[in-house]
Design a protein around this ligand. Structure first.
Ligand code: SF4
Length: 427
């Protein structure tokens, strides 16, 4: 989401006559687009901003903080970071050029206001990345109020973009050579709920998926981040009906214990959650599932944690993001008793990571000898003439090939597999 927002800000800055520099030292303006989801992300942003502000140079750049941390901490950032010029909230990204102008006459410029229609402003793309994939923001905000989450505070209430505008954006992306889109929203599969009509028992999100699926030139459609409550039968069936969705789904479980799910204000029981997993696995053979889990939520006992492990095994997650609970100021869970000690948090984190490693490794190994279709994203991180592509199940595959193949769909025979990636040879 932040990457996408930053791209929209870059477009606005280019439009208003600015240039992008690769070298931080030569920049007149440095903007940090920040995340508040975890404590560590905020600390990193503060550290980075203070290093920039304290670097002595001939001319000091104008420094700005954008995004969730700006929205969450607001005015106090000016005290915390002397020399900071600009603070811009999550509904004002499109106004960055005008706000930067104001910093020429004002020491501190801040805009955190809500703005009707601001969700429609994240629509311009740069062609700086050169890959075959693009992010498309379809909504902003979240109404769910999970007790650990800062997002409703920093991103506001759910606001959806009109379907036709999203489609027009994707048509343009296809003209620019894009083959894969990832739809973005804090609760992406709830897109349009309560605002756009269901048609033939299909949610607005599934209607949108169908329309994108009909666009020639789009080969793959992904979306993040979904919520289990919006995984209805219409969406589960879509995975079977719409092959461009690929064989991959993300299902944030958060905990395997019903009492912890309740304390988190996650409105489902683990039994319902596992039934979604079951139905997806039955509909789409070989589907790969990933999840998010928070370990050590306040009040989580060892028995609750064991339930999480059990559900994790039962669901057979092949990929996951495991987080140690940390207090986010301004969220309801800060006030809960029963905070878990650091060493216990660490233990639970490691336990789940070990489990994840076993399940990922086993599922990746099972693909050795198979030939898979990959969308080539570009040079592999390890370089040495290797390319990286992704399978329909969103696994990374490294193989030898020419960089000019970027954007192509190729067949690769898998010869090796690790916990996190596959490798093979073009066939
Ligand atoms: S659904 Fe996701 S974004 Fe919304 S409050 Fe819960 S965790 Fe946060």
């Amino acid at each position: 989401m932040n990457e996408r927002d930053s791209e929209a800000v870059i477009c606005k800055l280019l439009e208003s006559g600015h240039e992008i520099t690769e070298r931080e030292e030569s920049a007149d303006i440095i903007l940090l687009n920040t995340c508040s989801v975890r404590e560590k992300a905020e600390q990193k942003a503060i550290g980075k901003a203070s290093r920039i502000l304290n670097t002595s140079g001939k001319s000091k750049p104008t420094v700005g903080i954008l995004g969730c941390m700006a929205q969450n901490r607001g005015q106090s950032l000016f005290q915390e970071l002397p020399g900071l010029g600009l603070v811009v909230g999550t509904q004002k990204f499109h106004q960055v050029p005008e706000l930067l102008e104001k910093t020429k006459h004002q020491k501190h410029v801040i805009d955190l206001a809500e703005e009707i229609g601001s969700q429609n402003e994240i629509k311009h793309h740069t062609n700086l990345k050169n890959g075959p994939s693009a992010f498309v923001s379809i909504m902003q905000g979240c109404n769910m109020n999970c007790t650990f989450c800062i997002v409703p505070k920093t991103r506001g209430q759910e606001r959806y973009r009109p379907m036709q505008e999203i489609l027009d954006e994707i048509y343009q992306l296809v003209d620019d050579g894009i083959k894969e889109v990832t739809l973005l929203g804090q609760i992406v599969n709830a897109y349009g709920r309560g605002e756009f009509a269901r048609v033939d028992q299909k949610s607005p999100f599934v209607q949108l998926l169908e329309k994108i699926h009909n666009i020639d030139g789009i080969y793959r459609i992904r979306f993040t981040s979904p919520h289990p409550i919006a995984y209805g039968d219409d969406l589960i069936n879509a995975f079977e009906r719409l092959p461009k969705l690929g064989k991959y789904a993300h299902l944030p479980m958060q905990s395997g214990s019903n009492s912890i799910l309740k304390a988190m204000n996650r409105p489902y029981k683990i039994e319902n959650f596992l039934s979604i997993v079951d139905r997806l696995r039955k509909k789409v053979t070989g589907i790969r599932l990933s999840t998010d889990v928070i370990v050590g939520f306040p009040g989580e006992t060892r028995a609750d944690f064991e339930l999480t492990k059990k559900a994790f095994i039962e669901a057979g997650f092949e990929m996951g993001f495991i987080f140690k609970y940390s207090d986010r100021s301004g969220t309801p869970s800060v006030l809960l008793d029963g905070k878990i000690e650091q060493n216990e948090l660490e233990y639970r984190n490691q336990e789940l990571l070990k489990l994840l490693e076993i399940q990922s490794f086993e599922s990746n190994q099972s693909l050795i000898g198979k030939t898979l279709e990959v969308l080539i994203e570009g040079e592999a991180r390890k370089g040495r003439g290797q390319l990286m592509g992704r399978t329909p199940c969103f696994r990374k595959v490294n193989f030898m090939g020419d960089i000019s193949m970027t954007g192509d769909i190729a067949k690769v025979r898998i010869s090796d597999a690790s916990v996190s990636s596959l490798s093979g040879n073009l066939v």
